[in-house]
Design a protein around this ligand. Structure first.
Ligand SMILES: NC(=O)c1ccc[n+]([C@@H]2O[C@H](COP(=O)([O-])OP(=O)(O)OC[C@H]3O[C@@H](n4cnc5c(N)ncnc54)[C@H](OP(=O)(O)O)[C@@H]3O)[C@@H](O)[C@H]2O)c1
Length: 315
């Protein structure tokens, strides 16, 4: 390793977790308005798995995955004055084209990073950005969530879901979450008012008069969720809605449906950091892995059963 190189988890081909491997690559240099972060922890998200397997928005490898990071500012680029080397920061690298968090160093626009909240470890901070930005942009910005509204969160024990439950509670909503029974105590601990085991109960029969549904599952869940809304209510999906029939059905029922893609936003991340600092929002860590074991973390994530978040730790 020289001063101009670093270790990263890279892939040369698309495929299963085994395509992820530690290698020595060129260390990025921060350009104007960017900083170089010494990454201490990198969050693992399902979108990482999808890019690893199918390329998706990134296209063909080679590439280094990872958007969620927590670490220390190592170097600042031309024009950066708000951050200095040594600052402890966290954030989401620009999604989708700013990837590169599974590495010892990553570059990010200085304006997308905020100070790591006091009381949060690097692992906890790295767990938060993508799922919090997603939950906020879906519930607060897209659905316009207000106090007293009824919110249904699908896969409420997952990465996005467990943050969405806490955020909706912080907004004064009545929160209903779906998860298997073993996770109901966890959801109650997050503040969920009602919990449904989706394996035993059809949520469309157990829930009604909902103002906002956060659909984290897609496929038929999107259209089925329309049925539990009150007139004017909204389903916000975080999976693409492929079928025009879903929109037609929403029109027929007098409800709304849309989907959204997460985007980096420092103002929202700052608000998230404040909620974390006050203890209103706590990330749950399902497991941590040395970053050289990224493939193992992906195997675990691929079960689709994790409670909270998986995080890679740099040494
Ligand atoms: N549009 C965007 O910008 C955006 C942003 C972030 C994530 N996403 C996508 O959103 C999805 C969810 O992400 P995530 O990070 O929350 O995933 P995750 O952490 O992997 O979700 C795992 C959870 O899903 C639950 N689950 C699985 N099937 C379920 C079902 N049928 N009903 C209820 N719960 C179920 C599991 O609970 P049980 O063990 O109880 O089944 C588990 O706790 C992914 O597809 C991801 O790619 C999109």
């Amino acid at each position: 390793m020289t001063a101009t190189t670093m270790r990263a988890i890279r892939q040369e081909v698309l495929g299963g977790p085994e395509v992820l491997h530690a290698t020595e690559v060129e260390r990025p240099t921060p350009r104007a308005n960017q900083v170089l972060i010494r990454v201490r922890a990198a969050g693992v998200n399902p979108i990482d798995l999808k890019h690893r397997a199918a390329g998706m928005l990134l296209g063909a490898p080679p590439f280094v995955l990872g958007w969620d990071v927590s670490g220390t500012v190592e170097e600042t680029g031309f024009g950066v004055s708000a951050l200095v080397p040594g600052d402890e920061v966290f954030g989401m690298l620009p999604f989708p084209y700013g990837n590169g968090g599974y590495a010892e160093y990553a570059v990010a626009p200085a304006r997308l990073l905020v100070p790591r909240p006091a009381g949060l470890s690097h692992a906890e901070a790295a767990a938060l950005p993508m799922v919090s930005l997603t939950a906020w942009q879906a519930l607060v910005e897209t659905a316009g969530l207000r106090s007293g509204q009824r919110v249904l969160v699908h896969a409420a024990a997952g990465g996005v879901g467990h943050v969405a439950v806490q955020l909706a509670k912080a907004y004064g909503a009545h929160v209903i979450g779906t998860a298997s029974t073993a996770k109901h105590a966890f959801l109650r601990g997050l503040g969920a008012d009602e919990v449904i085991d989706y394996r035993e109960t059809d949520f469309t029969e157990a829930v009604k008069d909902v103002d906002v549904v956060l659909d984290t599952l897609g496929e038929d869940c999107t259209e089925r969720s329309l049925r539990v809304l009150r007139p004017g209510g909204i389903v916000v999906s975080i999976l693409p809605i492929e079928s025009p029939a879903v929109y037609r059905e929403a029109d027929r029922l007098g409800v709304r449906v849309t989907w959204m893609l997460v985007d980096a936003d420092r103002a929202v991340l700052r608000a998230v950091a404040e909620l974390a600092e006050s203890g209103t929002l706590r990330p749950a860590i399902a497991g941590t892995f040395p970053f050289t074991e990224a493939a193992e973390a992906h195997r675990r994530a691929e079960t689709g059963r994790t409670t909270g978040k998986l995080v890679l730790l740099m040494d």
